[in-house]
Design a protein around this ligand. Sequence first.
Ligand SMILES: NC(=O)C1=CN([C@@H]2O[C@H](COP(=O)(O)OP(=O)(O)OC[C@H]3O[C@@H](n4cnc5c(N)ncnc54)[C@H](O)[C@@H]3O)[C@@H](O)[C@H]2O)C=CC1
Ligand SMILES: Nc1nc(O)c(N)c(N[C@@H]2O[C@H](COP(=O)(O)O)[C@@H](O)[C@H]2O)n1
Length: 287
Amino acid sequence: METETSNQPPSLLLTTFNLSSSSANPVSIYRGDESEHERVTPTSKDDSKPYVTLTFAQSLDAKIAGQNGKQLILSGKESMVMTHWMRTMHDGILIGIGTALNDNPQLNTRHLPALPSTFPHRYHLPRPIILDTHLRFSVDSKLVSNYRAGIGRRPWIISSRPSSENELSEWNSKQQRLQAAGVTVVDVESKGGQIQIPALLQKLRSLGIRSLMVEGGAQIIKSFLTHAGLETGSKCVDAILVTTAPVFVGNDGVGYGQDLIVSQIPSTEHVLTEVFGRDVMMSLRVV
Ligand SMILES: NC(=O)C1=CN([C@@H]2O[C@H](COP(=O)(O)OP(=O)(O)OC[C@H]3O[C@@H](n4cnc5c(N)ncnc54)[C@H](O)[C@@H]3O)[C@@H](O)[C@H]2O)C=CC1
Ligand SMILES: Nc1nc(O)c(N)c(N[C@@H]2O[C@H](COP(=O)(O)O)[C@@H](O)[C@H]2O)n1
């Protein structure tokens, strides 16, 4: 089991992502602005898309949030540190607008052990990427204020330009407001309000994202689990890492398992199961 004071990403992550410990240090260094030196990161065999890691924390009864979506800190401190290591290892971190509005997250690496004060670098921060078809993202969010304060990367909002004239003028004015606050809006095709995952992944790879950590929430987990690239024949998820905490939430909580059709979930192989503090983390590879 790794300790929280280790200066290396936990072996569970290195093994899952096929990275060697000698490449671990460059993985975690960030210069503190939009540029950074070459880093090693998980990469997909299919170079038209990023390597995608789907990861989240759940209760024993597979809930990821409480009643009415109340944010729950399910991870104990050791597994939370592990999640923050995982954040350093990916170019981008993706959430849905439901999570952005509900949790107002920072998606940074603040739980990692402090680096020596003489060390010239900081931990790598992943690019925050939010799926937000109707541009509901708030310019008052922590992601925007952290970016403006120079302690976070510029957020990218993935949206879909509407085709009807009426909706377009509202979308354009929201887009202008977001862009004025420093946010980049990226247009990707959607169907029935859902951004199309294969098109999204191709777009992100063309914008330089080699690795993507998908954190949730419930609808996003379901989309990535079941959007196995049936249309394109290529898989959308490469690895799945789930933290399970020793608590029950009950029926009122938010889960991702309802209506899941198992034949739509890609085949996986178990890589490792490890205990972090009181939690268990399992890693699987999509085969
Ligand atoms: N325990 C954990 O690890 C995590 C828990 N959460 C929890 O999840 C809850 C939020 O989950 P949800 O309400 O389901 O919101 P969500 O974060 O999954 O966002 C869903 C929204 O994203 C948009 N969207 C656009 N394209 C989409 C696509 N292809 N597939 C799915 N959605 C798409 C839609 O507007 C949709 O309503 C919060 O309570 C949050 O605390 C969120 C992340 C991690
Ligand atoms: N790993 C993990 N464990 C939990 O118990 C969680 N609730 C989450 N949630 C995800 O982390 C985001 C919050 O991130 P910050 O602490 O603000 O950096 C939250 O929005 C979910 O994406 N994850």
